[in-house]
Ligand binder design. Structure first.
Ligand code: ZN
Ligand code: ZN
Length: 436
């Protein structure tokens, strides 16, 4: 008889294991905290949407919609897709629930998995995680754009990341972009044959995306193409100038990057990216921009919108390599009990310590002392509490600090306070298990 088949995670997706999950949880809690101080509130949108929603918003011609979505036909024949991003869902929900009736700007954030069937490569996953924020309302004042960017820089600060660059650009609006795209199309017609295959295809389907090309040999040619900055209409030029003033008054450094375009069709005017040199060519930690026409494109009111999404997988990678955040939660106490008569006292102590918020491990079966202490050490326990039948009779437990083997006898009622207030001897290393 052959042995049963072993299963693996589907290609391109992965498990995230402890202790890495501690850092993920820390990061998500920190992001929520920062976003809520800017008066953003969480929205939870489904992982499933009608395929048509993404075709209409992200754009049927984009790689995301044309090649990368996980799509299936539901039993009622509706085409359904796993969300490749969440802005379309947030705007759909905003319209569906009439959220434009709410007072002031509607400021929403989301966190969760997105799905794109990209070519598997290092640091890219087909199920990846994003945290994003959206501002919807009647005004498109650049102060909103700048404050959104400021919020991201505050999050970077909280993650103790300082080696990042903010890139900004304006990609025009419905008034000036079509003429620019036409100009670009004409310029591309002459040089298209010298560009890479992707650029040749994009020259027809989505000429703006040619500006995004990273192929080395294409750069000289692309740098000579007409630039959007010189083709903005007056209101777009003024909006972009005011964005730069708003960033200056907040002392946020930026680089104007004329070739910065977003991959999705609904973006207009402000676009931005935060990059980290640690990430190589795929170096964007976060990106976003304005999408003033999206709500109307989806049958909603004429409100303006701006948002960003950050890649959690990449943030975690960069935080780990910077090594300044230790989110691991130590095992505070490992209880070693000896003799059946000691178990009830051990169970009572474990519960008492846990009520105090301490992390405690209590072996289910009576351990051998030496083995138990060695296991406690390998688990990284700060203290071992040793309870034998003698200790129960005396009403005092042996509490051993594992880092230096210093030991003292404490009454049951005093153990929690002692474990809580005694700092570990050596600082715990901040090293996280590296992701493979
Ligand atoms: Zn190219
Ligand atoms: Zn314009």
């Amino acid at each position: 008889m052959s042995s049963p088949r072993k299963f693996h995670a589907v290609r391109g997706v992965r498990d995230i294991l402890p202790p890495d999950t501690s850092l993920w949880n820390w990061f998500e809690a920190t992001a929520r905290d920062v976003l809520e101080t800017y008066n953003f509130r969480e929205i939870r949108v489904p992982v499933l949407e009608e395929t048509e929603l993404f075709a209409r918003s992200v754009g049927a011609e984009t790689d995301i919609v044309s090649k990368e979505m996980y799509t299936f036909t539901d039993r009622d024949e509706t085409a359904i897709s796993l969300r490749p991003e969440a802005t379309a869902s947030v705007v759909r929900a905003y319209i569906e629930h009439g959220m434009q009736m709410r007072p002031g700007l509607v400021k929403l954030y989301y966190a969760g998995p997105m799905f794109r069937r990209e070519r598997p490569q290092k640091g890219r996953y087909r199920q990846f995680y994003q945290i994003g924020a959206e501002v919807l309302g009647s005004t498109d004042h650049p102060a909103i754009d700048a404050e959104l960017i400021e919020m991201l820089t505050v999050l970077l600060e909280r993650c103790k990341l300082d080696n990042w660059t903010l890139l900004i650009n304006s990609i025009g609006d419905a008034n000036c972009r079509p003429q620019y795209v036409q100009k670009l199309r004409e310029a591309l017609a002459g040089v298209k044959s010298q560009l890479c295959g992707d650029c040749q295809r994009r020259s027809e389907t989505n000429p703006l995306r040619v500006l995004d090309c990273k192929v080395e040999a294409d750069q000289v040619i692309i740098n000579r193409l007409p630039q959007i900055a010189e083709n903005l209409c007056e209101p777009c030029r003024e909006h972009f100038a005011e964005l730069r003033r708003q960033l200056d008054l907040r002392s946020i450094p930026y680089q104007v990057t004329p070739r910065l375009v977003r991959g999705l069709d609904y973006y207009m005017r402000t676009t931005f990216e935060i990059t980290s040199p640690h990430l190589g060519a795929q170096n964007a930690l976060a990106g976003g921009g304005r999408y003033d026409s999206l709500p109307e494109m989806l049958g909603g009111p004429a409100v303006k919108g701006i948002g960003f999404a950050l890649g959690e997988d990449r943030f975690i990678e960069v935080i780990q390599s910077a090594g300044k955040i230790d989110a691991t939660r130590p095992l505070d106490a490992f209880i070693v009990w000896m003799g059946a008569g000691a178990y009830p006292a051990a169970a009572r102590l474990a519960r008492r310590l846990r009520q105090q918020g301490l992390c405690v491990e209590l072996p289910a079966e009576e351990p051998k002392l030496r083995k138990a202490l060695s296991l406690a050490e390998r688990l990284g326990a700060r203290f071992a509490v040793i309870i034998g039948e003698n200790e129960v009779r005396e009403g005092a437990f042996a509490v051993k600090r594992l880092a230096d083997a210093e030991q003292r006898k404490l009454a049951e009622a005093d153990v929690a306070a002692f474990v809580k207030t005694t700092a570990p001897v050596a600082p715990r290393t901040g090293a996280q298990a590296s992701q493979t």
